[in-house]
Design a protein around this ligand. Structure first.
Ligand SMILES: C[S@@+](CC[C@H](N)C(=O)[O-])C[C@H]1O[C@@H](n2cnc3c(N)ncnc32)[C@H](O)[C@@H]1O
Length: 271
């Protein structure tokens, strides 16, 4: 799907959302002085102005339309459509199609990734997020997207949730803008990969820095190890601008699509 069309997906949705957000103001800060997970803004609604830290997602999701206005309209985020589009391209080259996928969307938030997958033809999508405000926002703003939505912690998955996920027979894992930064740790990512059937698909993005030798999140080592052990085979790798920072600097991420070739060995789950 051309970028222009997917761009309008979140705009169309935003037009349907009854939002009280009138203005978003950004603090005057020097370039490179604020880390991505410390960025804040001031949200003007009626006669009040609330200071919100971007990574306090519970606060962001509670305000209808704020997530879309902040990250997409103001900061030009494009990751859900980039990752979903890359998955689409790889499926086409593999003689597969989105209609065959049963997707587990991890770090699902208010459903923007689920919606991108749905418009591409995926018929079954289940979300997971660690905070209840994400599920509430998805149900409020995108009620048709997820077949089910679990609020749970993948690093400590309750047995009954794990059983349900395995019964659902997912053959694709998506996770967008949710790895690293104190969000989804490598342990949760490995668990999600374990729950996906073999063979299966994996579509995700990650900040470019987390793939470098200097990475301290553990993702660089994990992804290399999964590839080396042929648990996954990376089939597409694309560097792109995920969004801009509050000072207008580009934040580069890498979108990847991989095939899960074999079950996750036990020692990965124990480490
Ligand atoms: C930037 S949002 C991305 C939401 C959505 N994927 C998107 O692209 O719009 C990151 C999401 O990851 C969720 N998250 C953080 N840590 C998590 C964890 N350990 N397990 C599941 N979700 C988590 C957050 O609650 C938040 O909704």
């Amino acid at each position: 799907m051309p970028h222009q069309e997917t761009e309008t997906l979140w705009q169309k949705r935003l037009n349907q959302i009854d939002s009280d957000v009138q203005e978003i103001r950004f603090p005057q800060v020097e370039e490179d002085t604020v880390s991505q997970d410390e960025e804040t803004c001031e949200v003007v609604m009626g006669d009040q102005a609330l200071r919100i830290r971007f990574h306090d997602y519970d606060e962001v999701y509670k305000i209808p339309g704020l997530y879309e206005k902040l990250f997409y309209e103001e900061l030009r985020c494009c990751s859900p459509s980039r990752v979903a589009g890359l998955l689409d391209d790889v499926l086409e080259d593999s003689d597969s199609c989105p209609e065959d996928l049963r997707v587990l969307d991890v770090g699902a938030g208010n459903g923007m990734v689920g919606e991108e997958l749905l418009v591409r033809g995926v018929r079954k999508i289940v979300g997971i997020d660690i905070i209840k405000e994400a599920r509430e926002a998805a149900r409020r703003d995108r009620p048709e997207v997820y077949d089910d939505y679990h609020v749970t912690d993948l690093t400590d998955l309750p047995e009954r949730v794990e059983e349900k996920l395995r019964e659902d027979g997912f053959n694709c894992l998506s996770t967008v803008a949710a790895l690293g930064f104190g969000d989804i740790p490598p342990k949760a990512f490995v668990k999600a990969l374990d729950v996906i059937e073999t063979p299966g698909w994996l579509a995700f993005n990650i900040k470019e820095d987390f793939l470098s030798e200097r990475d301290s999140t553990g993702f660089c080592r994990l992804i290399r190890r999964l590839s080396r052990d042929q648990v996954i085979q990376i089939q597409a790798y694309r560097r792109y601008r995920h969004r801009i920072s509050v000072t207008g600097e580009p934040l580069h991420y890498v979108a990847m699509v991989a095939k899960k070739l074999k079950d996750v060995p036990d020692h990965y789950l124990e480490d």
